[in-house]
Every structure is written in structure tokens, then in C-alpha cells.
Design a protein around this ligand. Structure first.
Ligand code: ADP
Ligand code: MG
Length: 586
């Protein structure tokens, strides 16, 4: 029989963990307040009412279960250590007392290091994980001034413990903020953090499947790199995959997240928050030793292995292995939008209606009473492209902004519609090829496909050409169109340096009518394919690129069907007119 899990905390994360446990037939006993969100969906007489910080209640839970886990890190790790290492006192049927050791996953050591954010930073630094510079600070004006003078303003003043949703942070913009910062975080142990000038926040969920800390990444599996957008220091939106960053940076984020999680003790799922800095370097912000808001999207995007199922399977030693140690998303583009309570209990009703009306949107409500700015649910939208997802969710974001306007006067965070990921790299041997390419570029635009145009000459800038080809896939391109005339080696050389599909456009030069270009492009040796279109026919190059992309994009597929239909209609209209009026009047 499967071991019984004891869960410290019964909020929304615990509730979603129970949704997966219910399906898997895994028994969970919860310690939290009566009728907490997780308890509402787990009919079980054994739940314990009380606080997950109360040592006696934790012991009471431990007596009933085989393994303990958490949905929140702000728990008592002294008692968890005691239960795991020495055991909790139990009374047998014969009335005899004995000690029962209960496994804690992830380890109490990990929870202890993580719940003190300054200890966490030190641990990460020691293990070679890049983080923003941090320094423990006395709660005095002098200490804060010294930090500001040395490391510059703004800096972030952070409480070492019990921080969540920005409650525990104070951005110190100048010396004049210091007094207020100390008042707002009064009575808490503090540390200062150098300001991180990031262009985006990223998040990677990581599963750890082995107990011991390790320098290798073998015992970790990563979910895709997602992008998080915060508003009022609370997560507002999650985009998976992260928008407008290269495949190289996405895998670097996964690598850093896996490296950090590898260094910890015990098993389970970890939420890793990262900063993508202005110079494209990546710093780790913080780790959560549990399922995380930035991983909610996995319920729909990874339907057979959500972060919740992974948490259950990893702590029970049942996690399957995944090729390349990554759990792929089954949805090309996913957006998660948090629902925060408005100024009244009904403020979010309109948003719920909108979400339910979208077939590809999943609504999750947590069974919590609505309070201003309280996380009471979320919506996850899956789509075939990020552009489509962003367009579909835009009205819901507007409603969220309206709900927020009802409880706060500050404006919402900026535009959330990105310029789409560039999918087609269009390159030419010389700017003299541009007039030939123009109709194709216009068609890509008309079809809503975003592209990058550039010049790379096979003969005059060979290094630049190879570099562009080698990095094209990592930069997120899916197809390359290369146009060249005369000794037209560009498409072939590009094809030799990438595995992306390459479409060659033979350009008619001043002599030989373009047949020279056509032969140069079409006569490729076996093993290095180039799809050649007709001489000067950039329209067909654009259409072929669109058809390749449409194999995994139903919206684009529909646009191409319409394009073909319009073309047919156009010919039929002409034929009808010719038939009616005859060739002389036509
Ligand atoms: N050093 C920093 N520089 C700039 N912004 C920061 C820094 N640290 C945190 N932030 C911002 O504050 C948010 C919340 O901070 P974080 O330390 O993750 O606390 P919480 O526990 O509340 O999530 C981050 O997601 C980020 O937007
Ligand atoms: Mg955070």
C-alpha cells in the first residue's frame, strides 16, 4: 500500500496537491485551520485542526503518517528535525511507548536553509549559483546608510524570514527612505540586497529525485523556463515558455535552477525564481521548497505530469525519468493569470464569466473567501501560439486591472502584449536582393508571422553568415529564407551550419537570367537540403515558410487555407469575366 502523506499547510497549493493525490489514490492528512482549501476536497476524519507552526500539532500529524511534506516553508524545522532524526513518541496497542521516525521531504535541513532568505543566499553562493550581492544588516539607520553608500541606491531591504508576496521587502530608493524602511520591517532580522536591474523575471520548477545534495544535475528534472510578471510584488501573470528569450537563455535558466536545487537535501518539487539581467546574465532570486505559483500552468500544459503530481511521485520515490531531464510542455503557449480579491466579494464575478466563456481557459477557484488582494484563484489559458494566447487573454487582463483599480489607485504594470517571438530569419547576400524579397516580407507581415531581416554574404562576410546560421535555432527561429544571386552559395552554406529548414530564393542577376543562381542553389550535395523556389519568387518562399510553421500552429494553418481560397476565388472571378465578355473586351 502507498505510504500516507502528512501535509503541513492546507492552502491552495495543498488543495491542488490533493486534486492529484485523489486521482492517484494517495492518502493525505492535512494540518491547518478547519475547512482550509485543501481540507475541503479531501473527505478524511484524520485531519488536524491547528497551525503548521505548532510543534505539538506537527507531532500529532507525524504519529499518523509515513512521510511529511510541506506546502509552505514557514514551518517549525526544529520539530521536523526531531521527528526525522530521533522520532516522535507513539503508544503501541500494548500501551508501550516507542519512538517512530518519520521521513520529512524535502529535508528539514533544506527547509531551514530556505526559510531564512539570508542563509539561503549564503548557501547558493557557496555552491557557485549566481545571486545578487547580499549582506546581513543590523536594524539601524547607520547600517543601512553604510550599505547604501557601498552598494548604491536603490537597494532592497529584506526580512530574513516569513516573507511572501513582497511582505518582507522594502525598496530603499534613497537615504530618505531608511527611516520608513526600518519602521515597516520593525522587529524582523534584516539583510540588504543589491538592486537587480533585470529585464524580466523567470521561473523554473525543478523536481529533485534523490536525497543527497550533489554537484551534478543527475537527480533533477526541469520544467520549461517560464516568465513571471509581478504587480504590487505579487505574481500577476506567468507565460510559458518565457517570451522573447532565446532557447540558449531558456536552457541556461533551467541549468542554474537545476544546479541550485541539486545542492539541497531531500526530494520534492522546488520553485526557482530568477532575474534575467539587462546584460543577459541570469541571477537566482529565491527558491521555494514546494509547489509554486509559477508552476500552476503545468496542470494544463503538462497534463500527465503537473508540478503537484511530480511532488507526490518524487517524495514517494515513484518519479519516472524524462529524456534530457526535462518535462516538456504539451501546449505551445500557456498563460496563467492570478485572480486576486477586489474591494467587494463580487468584484471578480465578471472575470469568472469571461474565463468560463473561453473553451481553452481553465478556471481554478480555491474555496477561499474573497478579501482585497488575496489570491483566491487563477486562470490558465492554453493556445497554439503566444500571440494567440496574448490576444485571447487581453480582455481578462483588462478586467483584472479594473478589479485592482477598485482597491488601489496606482496604475497597473505596463503592456503585457509582447512583440511576438521572431520565427523566420530572412537573409540576403546583398542589399541589391531586397527588391526581390519585398513581396515575400510583406506577405509574412500580412500573415502575422514575425521575422528578422538581415544581410549575410557567403563570400564577403562568411564568419557573420556562419554565426547567424549556427545561432538561429537557439535564437528561436524555426525557418530560414536565404536569397542570393549569381554564385548563390548563401542558402547552401547556411543549410550546412543549421538543422533548421532553409528555403533558397534564386535572384536574377544582371547576366544569365537567374539560371546561374537557380543551379547554384538547387544543386546541393546529398545530406544538406535546401528547398529552392522559382527565380525571384519570394512569395513562394514566404508561403513555404508559413506552411512549415503552420504544421504546429492551427491558427496560421487556417490563414493559409483562407489564402489558398482567396487565390482560387480570384481566378474564378477572372475566368467568369473572361467567359462573359470574351478576350477582346477583357
Ligand atoms: N534585489 C532585487 N532587486 C530588484 N528587485 C527585487 C530584488 N529582490 C526582489 N525584487 C522584486 O521583489 C519581488 C519579491 O521579492 P522576493 O525576494 O522574491 O520576495 P517574496 O518572498 O515576497 O516573493 C521579486 O519578484 C522582484 O520583483
Ligand atoms: Mg519571490
Amino acid at each position: 500500500m502507498e505510504r500516507v502523506i502528512g501535509l503541513l499547510g492546507g492552502g491552495q497549493l495543498g488543495r491542488m496537491l490533493n486534486e492529484d493525490a485523489n486521482r492517484l489514490g494517495i492518502r493525505i492528512i492535512i494540518l491547518d485551520a478547519e475547512k482550509s482549501p485543501a481540507k475541503q476536497i479531501n473527505a478524511n476524519e484524520s485531519h488536524i485542526n491547528g497551525s503548521f507552526t505548532d510543534p505539538e500539532k506537527i507531532r500529532e500529524l507525524a504519529r499518523q503518517v509515513d512521510i511529511l511534506t510541506v506546502e509552505i516553508e514557514h514551518v517549525d524545522t526544529q520539530v521536523l528535525e526531531e521527528i526525522a532524526e530521533k522520532g516522535v513518541e507513539v503508544t503501541g496497542a500494548d500501551g508501550k511507548k516507542s519512538l517512530k521516525r518519520v521521513e520529512v521531504q524535502p529535508s528539514w535541513r533544506t527547509i531551514r536553509v530556505i526559510q531564512d532568505k539570508f542563509l539561503q543566499k549564503g548557501h547558493l553562493e557557496k555552491n557557485g549559483v549566481p545571486t545578487a550581492l547580499s549582506q546581513s544588516l543590523e536594524s539601524t539607520e547607520q547600517a543601512l546608510k553604510a550599505f547604501g553608500e557601498e552598494h548604491g541606491y536603490p537597494f532592497m531591504l529584506k526580512a530574513r524570514k516569513d516573507a511572501y508576496d513582497g511582505r518582507g521587502n522594502y525598496p530603499v530608493k534613497s537615504v530618505s527612505d531608511i527611516k520608513e524602511a526600518l519602521i515597516s520591517l520593525e522587529g524582523r532580522a534584516l539583510y540588504g540586497e543589491k538592486w537587480a536591474t533585470f529585464k524580466k523575471e523567470l521561473a523554473v520548477m525543478v523536481v529533485k529525485t534523490n536525497d543527497d545534495p550533489s554537484q551534478t544535475l543527475e537527480s533533477t528534472i526541469a520544467y520549461p523556463t517560464a516568465e513571471t510578471v509581478h504587480e504590487d510584488s505579487i505574481c500577476k501573470l506567468v507565460y510559458a515558455p518565457a517570451r522573447e528569450i532565446s532557447a540558449r537563455l531558456q536552457s541556461e535558466a533551467q541549468h542554474i535552477a537545476r544546479k541550485a536545487v541539486s545542492s539541497l537535501w531531500g526530494k520534492g518539487v522546488f520553485g526557482v525564481e530568477l532575474f534575467l539581467m539587462d546584460d543577459d546574465s541570469i541571477l537566482l532570486n529565491e527558491i521555494a521548497p514546494r509547489c509554486h505559483n509559477s508552476g500552476h500552468y503545468t496542470i494544463e500544459a503538462c497534463p500527465t505530469m503537473s508540478q503537484y503530481k511530480a511532488q507526490l511521485l518524487s517524495i514517494l520515490d515513484r518519479m519516472p525519468s524524462f529524456p534530457s531531464s526535462t518535462i516538456p510542455s504539451k501546449s505551445p503557449a500557456t498563460i496563467m493569470l492570478n485572480i486576486l480579491g477586489g474591494s467587494t466579494e463580487e468584484a471578480h464575478n465578471e472575470l469568472l464569466k469571461q474565463a468560463i466563456a473561453i473553451p481553452d481557459a481553465a478556471l481554478h477557484l480555491y474555496g477561499k473567501a474573497s478579501k482585497p488582494a488575496r489570491k483566491i484563484g487563477h486562470i490558465t489559458l492554453i493556445a497554439s501560439s503566444m500571440t494567440e494566447a496574448e490576444t485571447t487573454i487581453a480582455p481578462l487582463i483588462q478586467t483584472v486591472n479594473k478589479i485592482r483599480a477598485g482597491r488601489t489607485a496606482t496604475p497597473p504594470v505596463g503592456s503585457t502584449i509582447s512583440s511576438a517571438q521572431k520565427l523566420v530569419l530572412v537573409t540576403m547576400g546583398s542589399d541589391s536582393d531586397l527588391p526581390v524579397l519585398k513581396p515575400g516580407l510583406a506577405l509574412l507581415k500580412e500573415l502575422g508571422i514575425s521575422y528578422q531581416e538581415t544581410i549575410t554574404s557567403a563570400h564577403r562576410t562568411p564568419k557573420r553568415m556562419i554565426e547567424a546560421a549556427e545561432n538561429a535555432a537557439a535564437n528561436g527561429f524555426k525557418v530560414i529564407i536565404a536569397a542570393a544571386g549569381g554564385a548563390a552559395h548563401l542558402p547552401g552554406m547556411i543549410a550546412s551550419s543549421t538543422t533548421l529548414p532553409v528555403i533558397g530564393v534564386p535572384v536574377k542577376a544582371s547576366t544569365l537570367d537567374g539560371v546561374d543562381s537557380l543551379y547554384s542553389i538547387v544543386q546541393m550535395p546529398r545530406g544538406v537540403p535546401v528547398a529552392a523556389v522559382a527565380i525571384n519568387n519570394s512569395i513562394n518562399a514566404a508561403l513555404l515558410a508559413a506552411r512549415i510553421l503552420a504544421t504546429s500552429d492551427p491558427v496560421l494553418f487556417a490563414k493559409l487555407e483562407k489564402y489558398a481560397q482567396d487565390m482560387e476565388d480570384g481566378v474564378i472571378i477572372k475566368a467568369k469575366r473572361l467567359e462573359e465578355v470574351g478576350f477582346e473586351k477583357y
